[in-house]
Write a protein that binds this ligand. Structure first.
Ligand SMILES: [Zn+2]
Ligand SMILES: [Zn+2]
Length: 239
């Protein structure tokens, strides 16, 4: 008790407290969530679906989502840190809308771990871009912050080579076909960047159906990328 109080005091003094609840960080590590918050997260458990990075159930080699949708994504491997639930949704909301960039540090650390466990290798990290109107509203791109932290952990360079050239609105309200139609032509490569031969890790905060990531991955592959893998913080999944 005495030592945990001392540790909490020093953690708060050094700015190491859990960025969710302010408690002492897990295992005394700096920039980490506390043990209590770590327990509240639903982490993606192995083995994972090779198609979308979600959890497998039963003996099937593909997750219920991919089985249901019968889809084939353009990336090679996918990894995710959390399964989306109420707690994850709240914490991501803080990250995106309440300007808590310190969350990116811990998220980046955990996402880098998920990337290593999935055996994903890349020579460049590319964040999924926001439309400039959204960027001005928010003041930052959460996927870019996340990418920078993942890049530091994995020692891989980060470049924002994708831009969003079309306003796609709220994808969540559309059905699958309307979603794909809406996303067509949404992304472009910035300037005269040539992706020839690159092995790219595409990063976003949340994956719902995968349509946005699939469209962004296709643009990278069309511009010559050798391979695209994806890494997201949280994914929605049927149970
Ligand atoms: Zn906490
Ligand atoms: Zn899947």
């Amino acid at each position: 008790m005495f030592f945990s109080t001392i540790r909490a005091f020093f953690s708060s003094f050094m700015g190491w407290n859990c960025p969710i609840c302010g408690g002492a960080p897990f295992d005394g590590e700096d920039s980490h969530f506390c043990a209590e918050c770590m327990r509240s997260f639903r982490f993606v458990r192995n083995p994972v679906c090779p198609s979308c990075g979600g959890e497998l159930s039963g003996i099937l080699q593909i997750c219920p989502d991919c089985l249901h949708a019968g889809r084939k994504f353009p990336w090679r491997k996918a990894a995710a840190v959390f399964i989306m639930d109420g707690f994850v949704k709240d914490v991501i909301y803080r990250f995106k809308y309440r300007n808590q960039p310190e969350l990116a540090r811990v998220f980046g650390y955990l996402a880098a771990g998920a990337c290593r466990s999935a055996g994903i290798h890349a020579d460049l990290i590319v964040p999924v871009p926001l439309h400039w109107v959204r960027y001005l509203q928010r003041g930052f791109n959460q996927s870019e912050l996340l990418s920078e932290e993942i890049g530091k952990n994995l020692k891989i360079p980060v470049r924002s080579i994708l831009r969003r050239k079309k306003w796609t609105g709220q994808q969540a309200k559309l059905n699958r076909d309307a979603r794909i139609q809406n996303l067509s032509g949404a992304f472009a490569i910035s300037g005269s960047t040539n992706c020839k031969g690159w092995c790219i890790l595409l990063v976003d905060d949340v994956m719902t159906t995968g349509s946005t990531l699939a469209e962004a991955a296709r643009v990278l592959l069309d511009s010559g990328a050798e391979e695209v893998n994806i890494l997201v913080l949280a994914r929605r999944q049927r149970n």
